[in-house]
Ligand binder design. Sequence first.
Ligand code: SAM
Length: 239
Amino acid sequence: MCCVLIGNLMRIDILTLFPEMFHNVLENSILRIAQEKKLVSFHLHNIRDFSTDKHKCVDDKPYGGGAGMVIKPEPIFNAVEAVEAKEDLASKKILLTPQGKTFDQNIADDLSKEARLMIICGHYEGFDERIRSGIDAQEISIGDYVLTGGEIPAMVIIDAVVRLVPNVLGGNGSLQNESFTNGTLEYPQYTRPAEYRGMRVPEILKSGNHRKVEEWRMKEAIKRTQERRPDLLDKKTKE
Ligand SMILES: C[S@@+](CC[C@H](N)C(=O)[O-])C[C@H]1O[C@@H](n2cnc3c(N)ncnc32)[C@H](O)[C@@H]1O
């Protein structure tokens, strides 16, 4: 069983064949701030370093023939075991695959409560099946399309999860009204100027009447969800 985050540092280990792809993303914006605030730490590990092959080979041809190369079990099992041992804290493991459960805000919310995540990125034609069956990992997809590797899905998941870790974002109020958090899309937002190219900010938002503003926002959020994502409202009523 994994440990639950109780206001301390969350550790995220990323197992990848392309660690350099992560630098810009992890070192900017909210992910950088989360590290500076010592709320999250990221640890990149190159799967190739865990191959015992003299050429550091991590993939091979599929049994039975067919296109492409498959990631061998040995470097992944070695990497998972060696990285897990780096800290005395069990990790929640995530295996990235287009065949996994589709990532959404609820999964992001659950993952944000974990003390340690280990994210395993595939490449080529994907993982040898024994990796799926032998490693106790949640299989996650970021949508019904096939990407070249798990690096971009890992970045998507990390971004969505880390912004939900308590105190990462300045005012937690900004999270409460966001799209998907309450089962609706967010209401329309406006900032200055009050009129731009003939398009005016709704009067109610300038009224200073907080109760009326709240009512307007709730109504608009439901209207927008009905127009764009009625499936979310159906789900909400069934809950
Ligand atoms: C080219 S894909 C392999 C696809 C695999 N042959 C299949 O048809 O299911 C290579 C790797 O990219 C990652 N990947 C690709 N699409 C993804 C998605 N939608 N969600 C999560 N990971 C994905 C996975 O780690 C996968 O092992």
